[in-house]
Design a protein around this ligand. Structure first.
Ligand code: ZN
Length: 149
């Protein structure tokens, strides 16, 4: 079902809320109290839960976000500006990104580029190896290659 849910949270630099994946945070912020805010989001209740990160900053305070502006709540003596940083990618949920290094157990991230043999010749950074004999992260691959006579 597509519906609108309300999310109330205490003011903090960053706030993680649990919300169905792909939700659209609506452009409005309401102050429940000087240090408690609410936002509303259009959600698909059939979607699995995801962690959504919101950033809150007061006027004149450092703003550490490149997220989408949600809205501003004016609540004396504060003015709170809320930004939506988007969904955190949960490696455990996304099967195709859930490769584990067979040696150190590290989970592959989108930053792990793929291994190609030419990296050994050119001395380039060794990428993530993924083959029928297993998965190895870049640093384990580097170790394994250097051990060879
Ligand atoms: Zn490894």
């Amino acid at each position: 079902m597509i519906t609108i849910w309300k999310f109330t949270f205490d003011v903090d630099d960053t706030v993680d809320i649990t919300i169905p994946a792909g939700a659209e945070v609506l452009p409005h912020v309401h102050a429940e109290s000087p240090t408690s805010l609410s936002v509303w989001a259009r959600v698909d209740t059939e979607q699995a839960n995801a962690t959504r990160t919101l950033c809150v900053a007061g006027t004149g305070l450092p703003l550490h976000t490149a997220g989408d502006y949600v809205g501003t709540a004016v609540v004396a003596p504060f003015v709170w500006h809320v930004y939506d940083e988007g969904e955190q990618r949960d490696a455990g949920v996304q099967d195709e990104q859930c490769a584990h290094c067979g040696r150190c157990g590290r989970v592959r991230t989108p930053q792990d580029h793929a291994y190609t043999p030419v990296q050994v010749i050119t001395g380039g950074a060794i990428g993530w190896y993924s083959g029928s004999d297993g998965e190895f992260c870049g640093s384990c691959m580097t170790d394994l290659i250097r051990r060879q006579p």
